[in-house]
Write a protein that binds this ligand. Sequence first.
Ligand SMILES: *Cc1c(COP(=O)(O)O)cnc(C)c1O
Length: 275
Amino acid sequence: MVTKTVDLRSDTVTKPTEAMRAAMADAEVDDDVLCCDPTAQRLETEVAKITGKEAGLFVPSGTMGNLISVLVHCEVRGSEVILGDNCHIHIYENGGISTIGGVHPRTVKNNEDGTMDIDLIEAAIRDPKGALVYPTTRLICLENSHANTGGKCLSVEYTDKVGELAKKHGLKLHIDGARIFNAAVALGVPVDRLVQAADSVSVCISKGLGAPVGSVIVGSESFITKARRLRKTLGGGMRQVGILCAAALVALRENVGKLESDHKKAKILAGTKQD
Ligand SMILES: *Cc1c(COP(=O)(O)O)cnc(C)c1O
């Protein structure tokens, strides 16, 4: 009997497809630190378009994508970020926003559905009148889908409400969208609409989309200019990076359409009712 092992440790445990390996072998490349690798540019433009943002930047990992994004929004020392107590940035990223960025985390309780109560977020925003003693709130972070609550998806309505709150208080909104494509497919909402309220989004191509390496962060042109410089500072500037971006482009083209079936299979495995 032939047994086949399906490795379900994580959606990161993937192998590049033949099409990805072929695209990597054929990738048009240049030195992306000196200037611009054409394949990296193509990927960055594509993800910016899908997410409805001005520009994108390829980064080696989602962790670096989140770190860069938080640091760009909180470039002034003494900044504080409001984020969920059960979110990836707070739990699984070595506290990099503090240890490397000097950014102070203000956690708000994550509910079972991955949200934070809007009134609790608002209550956590520091009163500028207390500036002598308080850190300055500059950023709110959401995570969609929310990994530690089992992949719960934040709705457009909720995301928009948090965006309105951020605007009202002059804050930025970052979405850790490691699995934003999964959320968009599960909710039946286009990615650009789902992240419309966000100033920046970090998107993993190396999770359920199956590319071997990398994430893309997106935002305004000026956000990406600062992000590019910070990426270099952190050692994330890479030379002929088009080799990696070529596989990511194949992942976007061929694997987004498979997520719906992934979700169905995951539900069957979880033994829950399919709807
Ligand atoms: C995986 C993940 C990240 C970080 O991505 P890496 O590429 O593993 O650094 C960030 N946020 C969430 C929600 C993730 O699932």
